[in-house]
Design a protein around this ligand. Sequence first.
Ligand code: SF4
Length: 327
Amino acid sequence: MKTRVATLAREKGTPISRSASRKSPAHERAHLEIGAPNSNSLLRQWNGPLTADLTLHPGDFGLGKVPARLRPDATTRLICGYCSTGCSLDIHLQSGVAVNLTPTADYPVNLGMACPKGWEALTPLAAPDRATTPLLRNPKTGKLEPTDWDEAMQVFTLKFKALMDQHGPESVAFLSTGQICTEEMAFAGALWKFGMGALHGDSNTRQCMATSHVAYKQSFGFDAPPYTYADFEESDALVFIGSNLCIAHPILWQRVLRNKKSPEIIVIDPRKTETAMNATQHLAITPKSDITLLYGVANLLIQKGWINREFIERSTTGFVEFAEFVR
Ligand code: SF4
């Protein structure tokens, strides 16, 4: 009713009277409650079950803001182990326990980014079936039983030492995995070779990369790809052979997306992968015909004279034989 009076008064150009403009006690109370930042009202809840989680505090260590319960007292750095891209992650620690992570902002590989796999790097730490205790088989029952690390190490080293004493240091070997972190791998290698005097150790990373490493060595003289991640951002043309970069190494695909030159993206793959779907050209060759295609391309380049003869003479050997081979 009072609101109506005020409206009528304004419509007629009449100054609003003091009594007409005064708000009801309830209205004033609601107004006060809305304005007070720490108390809840029917209209707005300032505090609730998620308040503590959503309120951010400075995280220190250059981390920006983090929820109070995840505020770290230290950080450490690790390389994500899910794929071979090598993204760096800053791990947030509370009393030595990893509680959160952020991708390292100034690391040249991932430039502050991580893919969903990297963001989940700490999840295995909370897995209920994670192996955290050494197990030793009880000779009487034949069952595995928990033991402490000192005893586990004694049994492990002495039993292998006995084998080596009997059959020589080359008689035993360990096979590790690229899925353990660098520090663990370094420890396993040092223990095995320098601590126990064994000779042979390898990992599945060499198993799966052996053929490409040999090819790199034969082609370029060293066992690594001859390009850098920065090339993804600067090349005019990118050729992916059998690589589903979008899914397998998402951070490298992000680097491709940062390329401002609208590059030609050619995917050679029998499968219509996500990367193929995002390519400018998809060459869906039949399986196992990639080497035939590459020889054919080499032959075409030589026949058309689209090669740098000066470079070939200066930097390669066996070119005449190669040209004959692919003809
Ligand atoms: S691309 Fe993803 S899985 Fe691979 S290293 Fe980076 S964050 Fe880890």
